[in-house]
Design a binder for this molecule. Structure first.
Ligand code: ADP
Ligand code: MG
Length: 310
């Protein structure tokens, strides 16, 4: 039996409520196939469109008569975990029951520790939410938000994207896993938190990359594999050029060389390759697979995808 952390990308969930209802049904089939084959799975997922939608809704409400206060990013992530997890756990439970498999599927509202000295906090770069005029942006800066001009399109809120250093609820995830249940965890990269100095934790104004959070969880749970399911079947070098070459396998040394040569786009393929390398390096025999959602089974049986190995 293989212990696998399975990270779902945007295409597994769609871009809005309606798309998510449909997408999650086929995603559940892919996951159920892997469970039927005897794998022990932890599901993780991204939340880009969902957290954007939640953030925008609160932003819009704050501009109405109701003057609802803006809510911190960490709260938006928590809401997205609940909403996405709910859809996933319902669909997957139903799909498993249809196959005669009776397993509880449960979402863990997961907090992920970040280091307050992470250099990312000094240089927030991830744009979120809507566009503002320069005057509005100046007003928001006074309220404590970090604002940045976004490629000539207007001003936007930016948040830091620090690296995860720990998963607060990892032992709860392990307990579910080891009792044969299917946990969903670190949704959207997890709720970013930092220590208050004592025993407390407080939300950090940040978003954590789901690929890095998934790698960290896989490392803590001593998984055999990190599987990142996305929109492409394999990782390529010289991506999008006439000399593009799809890769079936990558050693960590090759991966690092290609990273240094700039073959992987920031914010999309780069974090996946870096997260894969980080996980593979964390223990002997560990492997990572990057492939397309619909090819997960073929990827695990070695027929396709890009395998990253030591
Ligand atoms: P996800 O929602 O699954 O995290 P992303 O859009 O963030 O998906 O990242 C996957 C995308 O990365 C692919 O659909 C592809 O367009 C893009 N990409 C960038 N560089 C590469 C590369 N070198 N090889 C393959 N895909 C790449
Ligand atoms: Mg992504």
């Amino acid at each position: 039996m293989k212990r696998i952390v399975l990270a779902l990308g945007g295409n597994a969930l769609g871009n809005n409520l309606e798309e998510q209802m449909i997408a999650v049904k086929s995603t559940a089939k892919v996951i159920a196939d892997l469970i039927e084959e005897g794998n022990q799975l932890v599901i993780t997922h991204g939340n880009g469109p969902q957290v954007g939608m939640i953030n925008l809704a609160f932003e819009a409400a704050s501009k109405t008569e109701a003057k609802t206060p803006m809510i911190p990013m960490s709260v938006c992530v928590a809401m997205s975990q609940g909403y996405i997890g709910n859809d996933l756990q319902n669909c997957l439970r139903e799909e498993l029951l249809n196959r005669g498999i009776d397993k509880t599927v449960a979402t863990i509202v997961t907090q992920v520790l970040v280091d307050e000295n992470d250099p990312a906090f000094k240089n927030p770069t991830k744009p979120i939410g809507s566009f503002y005029t320069e005057e509005e942006a100046a007003e928001m800066s006074k309220q404590g938000f970090d604002m940045m001009e976004d490629a000539g399109r207007g001003w936007r809120r930016v948040v830091a994207s620090p690296r995860p250093v720990g998963v607060v609820e990892s032992e709860a995830v392990r307990a579910l896993l080891e009792s044969g249940q299917v946990p969903i965890a670190v949704g959207g990269g997890g709720i970013p938190v930092r220590s208050t100095g004592g025993n407390g934790l407080e939300g950090a104004s940040a978003v954590i990359d789901k690929d890095f959070a998934s790698a960290k969880l896989a490392e803590i749970l001593e998984a055999d594999m990190l599987v990142i399911l996305t929109a492409v079947e394999k990782v390529a070098i010289r991506f999008g050029t006439p000399e593009q070459e799809w890769l079936s396998e990558l050693s960590i040394e090759e991966a690092e060389r290609y990273v240094a040569e700039g073959h992987f786009a920031k914010g999309s393929m780069l974090p996946k390759v870096e997260a894969a390398v980080q996980f593979v390096r964390s223990g002997p025999g560990r492997r990572a697979l990057i492939t397309m959602l619909s090819k997960a089974g073929d990827g695990l049986s070695g027929k396709t995808g890009t395998v990253i190995h030591a």
